[in-house]
Ligand binder design. Structure first.
Ligand code: CAA
Length: 258
């Protein structure tokens, strides 16, 4: 397995794990982290043996944001021409479902990285926020767009405009987090959710993620058209025949990803 400078990777069964590993900077997301996370996620995505990915950080921090020290001296033109956060789009585009297992700080780019994932599980210690306004900037990795879609305009506006951090329970009530669990159980829970997803038929999982993504990005009519097409296309897989036969025969399906 490739080794990376700023992350640890591991395969457990059919699940690929990415652990952010810059403890000295609370996992701040510099260019190297972006490169490493994107490369690892794309490698897992290209591997038929992987059915789900977990991204996590440390107990203290999922990620405390984009790396302020790396950015502080840049000009607007540097940020624009360097397309400073551009590669994160490739992470958001992986077809394999990604679970963010968040403990501690998920601030700025850290909250935005979690929101690029499909499911956010939070430890009861997690804190979410977009504090960029305190630095005289704004979210730059999707925060203004994805937070609104997650929690609605008014809550997102309050968080983005004040820079207030919200605790895990509030994030769950707001719909950003699917479940809050005791910190000691976070990785086990994330592993269980990932194993469950990875046990399904891969073409149906890819189709489900693509249809969910379409709901975020298109009109209802377009999204419904996409869903109908994707639904129909799955009837050409052997796994669909197996899944429905297993139901009728009252047994567990044996999926092959074909
Ligand atoms: N960038 C670079 N370094 C960071 C960092 C960041 N975002 N967050 C923390 N660090 C570093 C600190 O500088 C410190 O390093 P040194 O010991 O070398 O000084 C180390 O991590 C530990 O941090 P603290 O001593 O500050 O730890 P704390 O427990 O006192 O505070 C914290 C924790 C409240 C998270 C605080 O570190 C903090 O406010 N961090 C910045 C949060 C932030 O503003 N995030 C948004 C960044 S901009 C962004 O993300 C733009 C975007 O949309 C993409």
């Amino acid at each position: 397995m490739t080794s990376y400078e700023t992350i640890l990777t591991e395969t457990r069964g059919r699940v690929g794990w990415i652990t952010l590993n810059r403890p000295e900077a609370l996992n701040a997301l510099n260019s190297q982290v972006m490169h490493d996370v994107v490369t690892a996620a794309e490698a897992f995505d290209a591997d038929e043996g992987i059915g789900a990915i977990v991204v996590t950080g440390s107990e203290r921090a999922f990620a405390a944001g984009a790396d302020i020290k790396e950015m502080s001296d840049k000009t607007g033109l540097d940020m624009l021409m360097g397309d400073h956060f551009g590669a994160w789009g490739r992470f958001a585009a992986v077809r394999t479902p990604v679970i963010a297992a968040v403990s501690g700080y998920a601030l700025g780019g850290g909250c935005e990285l979690a929101m690029m994932c499909d499911i956010i599980l939070a430890a009861d210690t997690a804190q979410f926020g977009q504090p960029e306004i305190n630095l005289a900037v704004i979210p730059g990795m999707g925060g203004t767009q994805r937070l609104i879609r997650a929690v609605g305009y008014y809550k997102a506006a309050e968080l983005v405009l004040t820079g207030r951090t919200m605790p895990a329970e509030e994030a769950e009530r707001a719909g950003l987090v699917s479940r809050v669990v005791p910190a000691a159980e976070l990785l086990d829970e994330a592993g269980k959710v990932a194993d469950t997803i990875a046990s399904k038929s891969l073409p149906s999982v890819f189709a489900a993620k693509a249809a969910l993504d379409a709901a975020m990005e298109t009109s209802l009519a377009e999204g419904l058209r996409f869903e109908r097409q994707a639904f129909a296309s799955l009837f050409d897989t052997a796994d669909q025949k197996e899944g429905m036969a297993a139901f009728r025969e009252k047994r567990k399906p044996d999926f092959t990803g074909r």
